[in-house]
Design a protein around this ligand. Structure first.
Ligand SMILES: Nc1ncnc2c1ncn2[C@@H]1O[C@H](COP(=O)(O)OP(=O)(O)OP(=O)(O)O)[C@@H](O)[C@H]1O
Ligand SMILES: [Mg+2]
Length: 306
């Protein structure tokens, strides 16, 4: 396990060493969340590097990553814990077969609801005092996909790093995990959850930062092509599209262009690879009309290439 970063600059640097180039604002929020031991709540457009923060944090701090992917219908049994019903039944059978005359029903009941029969899921795993090694990074990913009642259940975990299990009592982390929550804001997350966290809106990157990320992730890419890609995508994000491309799309498109040995962005290359960038037919149709040509012309005027 590694020490927490000592400053915002150190946070920026250590994240970068893991291949994550954060904005200064994000690094500040991350730094404070670590220092204050508060969950980090990241909201933003898809593909802007929210999930990646948790992975980079785990790597830089030398801690395991425990991930809870949220979805509609996610419940306590899948997120936190479940009683091992089959094993409990077996235990009861064994007690019946063996002459367990001495054992009281009460003792049996107590035994049946002990840790031995508890199956831990991500939330319990993250705060389990019986767990070996350093406290993990707990990623609660895409919380907006879970149903609202699930958020109420999270409150205890987020504010006290503990879980109350009716049959067993309170299980509390001996060392609090580092918690990262993300949301794509398909709906608002309840204030009660947000209040317990430090909040940061993860925006699309500036052109300079996007170029830096692109060159870090694809070191082999031609400098001129990289600049054109970033300028084109930054231009795309100013259009009225149903779904704007994120960093994930920038990287994916760049990889595609490398595969095609493209050296410059020309209208034909752009047209034939739009499906890597845009995933809605209406958006693609818009681009295949005059918009792509206009963006390319603009790019040419700005960079003198193209
Ligand atoms: N600041 C960054 N520095 C380096 N790489 C980044 C950065 N932000 C995003 N990436 C890269 O972009 C891709 C998408 O990031 P990530 O999956 O974290 O996005 P997300 O915001 O969680 O998206 P979604 O909302 O769709 O889950 C990843 O491959 C990641 O490596
Ligand atoms: Mg994600």
């Amino acid at each position: 396990m590694n020490e927490l970063p000592a400053s915002i600059d150190a946070t920026l640097e250590q994240l970068r060493a893991q291949g994550y180039i954060a904005s200064r604002d994000l690094a500040t929020t991350v730094f404070l969340a670590l220092r204050l031991q508060r969950p980090l709540f990241l909201e933003g457009e898809p593909g802007t590097g929210k999930t990646e923060v948790a992975k980079a944090l785990a790597a830089m701090l030398g801690r395991p990553l425990i991930r809870l992917q949220c979805y509609e219908g996610l419940d306590l049994a899948a997120a936190a814990y479940e009683w091992n019903y089959a094993r409990q039944m077996m235990e009861i059978r064994l007690m019946e077969v063996g002459s367990a005359a001495g054992a009281s029903r009460e003792a049996l009941a107590q035994e049946l609801f002990s840790r031995r029969f508890l199956i831990s899921r991500p939330l319990l795993q993250a705060i389990d005092p019986l767990r070996q090694g350093p406290a993990p990074v707990l990623l609660i990913d895409e919380l907006d996909r879970a149903d609202e009642p699930f958020e109420a259940f999270l409150l205890e975990v987020l504010s006290d790093f503990q879980l109350s299990i009716p049959e067993l009592g309170v299980i509390k982390a001996s060392e609090p995990p580092i918690v990262v929550l993300t949301s794509n804001r398909t709906r608002e997350i309840h204030d009660a959850v947000k209040r317990r966290c430090l909040y940061h809106w993860v925006d699309f990157p500036s052109a300079a930062r996007e170029l830096e990320i692109l060159r870090l992730k694809l070191p082999g890419i031609d400098a001129q092509l990289a600049r054109q890609i970033v300028a084109f995508i930054q231009g795309l994000r100013t259009l009225d599209l149903y779904k704007l491309p994120g960093l994930a799309e920038t990287l994916e498109w760049s990889r595609a262009l490398l595969e095609l040995d493209a050296l410059v962005l020309d209208p034909e290359t752009v047209r034939s690879t739009l499906g890597v960038l845009l995933k809605y037919q209406d958006d693609i149709a818009k681009l295949q009309g005059s918009e792509a040509a206009r963006l390319l012309a603009q790019l040419k005027a700005e960079t003198g290439h193209g």
